[in-house]
Design a protein around this ligand. Structure first.
Ligand code: NAD
Ligand code: GLY
Length: 357
């Protein structure tokens, strides 16, 4: 097991990463805090696969579990209210604990429940998808969706512990494994060319599997540094949106059913690289390098879009600041930066790269 500490003063917390950590959950929690009881929030897929092991691992910690349906639709006001009522029914108090056991959907929902139940209780993240292990379980962004849009209601609320058992990732559907890899590729592209090169040398799930502990550790370490620098997303943390502006537009264009998040991010990273190249800000060939790596992990890189399919969504991008839009570009692989441009400029560039050839 390797451990990182997110240094946020009195809200600092550890991230434990390794194989087989699920079975040590009770001991790892007890090493940090001694809650008198816990509520476990999870989804049906995760519970069917790993519920019994978590039950055993929690040992003597009294707990009750609410099993929610899997999928993004669970990140909603109705399930949020259901979770709050469940916590109240268990007489959960502020000295107790919520355990988020699942992917990013459960982590975001359970985190928001923890942020708001009794004005805030501690919560432990046990992320079970690659996306959740390298991204959503770290950094304290919690949220639910509204019918009007994703993540529209939420809070910054840091977990008190993250336990990432990389062995759990082997049961993920192949598409979710690839989608998580898109986020890993994102970290390499933004911050660490040697991580990117490591993936290029092991460019499939099978060849990367022996490296998963190292990959998750390196991504969490990069995210840790970003969050320590900019917890509230006013500066450096925006870099983590590389690929996301176009990615969200692609997800929305696919009505959130055709593409999973990581697929949108992968396609979006290539489009962002093309924008950078068109502005002489990014070296020629960066788009091909990104596309080739994403392709080898099974991401749907052959898909193409017209500007019309993306620009309406770009204009709604929530990172817009008045008329400005912040697009994350690359000086080169391993060195991302924030590029501010007007929405009109972004639309023109999108037209040039999508419709221009
Ligand atoms: P998810 O939680 O829906 O999990 C994907 C699927 O995999 C689900 O069907 C789930 O039941 C299943 N699953 C989970 N673990 C499994 C395992 N070990 N074996 C087999 N199946 C398993 O999706 P996700 O991609 O983990 O998360 C997406 C969510 O994360 C979105 O709502 C997104 O907004 C959010 N997100 C949040 C942040 C943040 O910083 N808070 C960052 C990125 C994404
Ligand atoms: N996933 C982006 C962030 O945590 O800021």
């Amino acid at each position: 097991m390797k451990t990182l500490t997110v240094g946020l003063g009195d809200r600092a917390y550890d991230i434990h990463i390794g194989t087989g950590l699920l079975d040590r959950t009770g001991a790892l929690i007890a090493a940090g805090a001694r809650p008198s009881k816990a509520v476990v929030l999870t989804d049906d897929n995760v519970w069917a696969l790993y519920g019994q092991r978590l039950e055993t691992a929690l040992g003597e910690l009294p707990h009750e579990t609410l099993v929610l349906p899997h999928g993004e639709q669970t990140k909603c006001a109705k399930q949020y209210a259901r979770c709050l009522s469940f916590c109240a029914a268990q007489n959960l108090t502020r000295s107790d604990l919520i355990i988020a056991f699942g992917g990013g959907v459960i982590g975001d929902l359970a985190g928001f429940v923890a942020a708001t139940y009794m004005r805030g209780v501690r919560f432990v993240q046990i992320p079970t998808t690659l996306l959740a292990q390298v991204d959503s379980s770290v950094g304290g962004k919690t949220a639910i969706d509204l019918p009007e849009g994703k993540n529209l209601v939420g809070a910054f609320w840091q977990p008190s512990l993250v336990i990432a058992d990389t062995a759990l990732l082997q049961t993920l559907p192949a598409r979710e494994q690839a989608g998580g890899m898109a986020e890993v590729i994102k970290y390499g592209a933004l911050f660490d060319e040697s991580l990117f090169a490591l993936l290029e040398a092991h460019p499939t799930w099978e060849t990367a599997t022996p490296l998963l502990d190292e990959i998750v550790y390196r991504c969490c370490d990069l995210k840790r540094q970003v969050v320590e620098q900019d917890e509230r997303d006013n500066g450096a943390r925006m870099l983590l949106n590389f690929g996301h502006t176009f990615g969200h537009a692609i997800e929305a264009h696919g009505r959130y059913t055709k593409y999973i998040h990581g697929e949108g991010v992968a396609l979006g990273m290539v489009l962002a690289a093309k924008v950078g190249i068109s502005q002489n800000l990014t070296p020629i060939g960066t788009d091909d390098r990104l596309e080739s790596l994403c392709d080898s992990f099974g991401l749907p890189m052959a898909d193409r879009f017209t500007a019309d399919q993306l620009t309406a969504h770009l204009q709604l991008d929530k990172k817009r600041d008045g008329k400005a839009l912040r697009l994350i570009l690359l000086h080169r692989i391993g060195d991302g930066f924030i590029h501010t441009l007007s929405v009109d400029e972004a639309v023109a560039l999108t037209e040039a790269i999508c419709d221009g050839d």
